[in-house]
Design a protein around this ligand. Structure first.
Ligand SMILES: N=C(N)NCCCC(=O)O
Ligand SMILES: [Zn+2]
Ligand SMILES: [Zn+2]
Length: 322
């Protein structure tokens, strides 16, 4: 978007029924219709890194479908994100489903290209493997970034079946590669059985702090958001959200569900509490629509991506650099 143009927003659902036409995120224009964007919503239909149920390759398009009902004004953040910044749907990155190493390279290169245009990324997965190339790309631009990782799982395991790139291992690789600022790493919503206590000690050695889903329930969303904000400070922040951070009642459509998770209300409120953080890009992964019911999961995901997009748009409008 050139500085003189105002952003092109979503299709007006009071004139064209919201269920008409092909789905883009929030009925926004495609990136090729607007030339460039401040926030690029991009899909990565890739799920060859999963350890249990497959199907997250269909997540991005399910979120786009569910996002038809989003409206332009976000009262929770008192902002009209699509008027504050040009947000556009950049389509999908074509990652090779039969070669994980090649797919990881493809995602990194495509993210590099989008970031080089000055856009921030709101990536719709895909499985959690894709966080690694996205973090590599973001770190090339910003240096090591703070990470807020919302997930039932740690995803700092070493390998599965000898494979280093899987959906359970991206954040260990990211720490090893130096793309994360190890002073500001937090998991939020962690719960469920582990392979052993060593999973936790290894994770702590990498620098991660853990806010369990029980912590969120006991201490409440405001206190948790305050604590996270303090840890992040002014650092460039990347937020990675695995939809399985939500309880299976709120997100049945995912590959490795664990009981006892966050409500969608808790997740959305914690994110709103982070609106002053310097959010440089974000991903939302592990939506697997084949296990969903009545779009429960993809509706929650669409609202989650909307809050993240709103945070980025407000900062862009406030003059904060990408
Ligand atoms: N859903 C993600 N990203 N990871 C789960 C890996 C859990 C496991 O297979 O042990
Ligand atoms: Zn997970
Ligand atoms: Zn995960």
């Amino acid at each position: 978007m050139s500085s003189t143009d105002s952003p092109r927003g979503p299709v007006d659902s009071s004139r064209i029924p919201r269920y008409a036409g092909p789905a883009t995120f929030a009925r926004l224009p495609r990136l090729d219709e607007v030339g460039s964007a401040d926030v690029a919503v991009v899909g990565v239909p890739f799920d060859s890194g999963v350890s249990y149920r497959p199907g997250a390759r269909f997540g991005g398009n399910a979120i786009r479908e569910a996002s038809r009902l989003l409206r332009p004004y976000n009262p929770a953040q008192d902002a009209s994100p699509f008027a504050l910044a040009q947000v556009a749907d950049a389509g999908d990155i074509a990652a090779n489903p039969f070669d994980i190493h090649e797919a990881v390279e493809t995602v990194e290169a495509a993210a590099d290209d989008l970031l080089a245009t000055g856009a921030r990324l709101m990536t719709l997965g895909g499985d959690h493997t894709i966080a690694l190339p996205l973090l590599r790309s973001v770190a090339k631009k910003h240096g090591p970034v703070a990470l807020l990782h919302f997930d039932a799982h740690l995803d700092t395991w070493d390998t599965y079946f000898g494979a280093e790139y899987t959906h359970g291992t991206p954040f260990r690789r990211a720490v090893e590669e130096g793309v994360l600022d190890t002073e500001a790493l937090s998991h939020v919503g962690t719960r469920g059985p582990l392979y052993g206590k060593k999973d936790l000690t290894d994770d702590a050695k990498m620098g991660f702090g853990i806010v369990t889903s029980a912590d969120v329930m006991r201490r409440g969303v405001d206190e948790i958001a305050d604590q996270l904000r303090q840890r992040i400070g002014d650092r460039p922040l990347y937020i990675s959200i695995d939809i399985d951070v939500l309880d299976p009642a709120h997100a049945p459509g995912t590959g490795t569900p664990e009981a006892g998770g966050l409500t969608s209300r808790e997740l959305l409120e914690i994110l709103r509490g982070l609106s002053s953080c310097h959010l440089v890009s974000a991903d939302l992964v592990e939506v697997a629509p084949a296990y969903d019911h009545a779009e429960i999961t993809s509706v929650a995901a669409s609202h989650t991506a909307y809050e993240l997009t709103t945070i980025m748009a407000r900062q862009i409008a406030g003059g904060r650099s990408a």
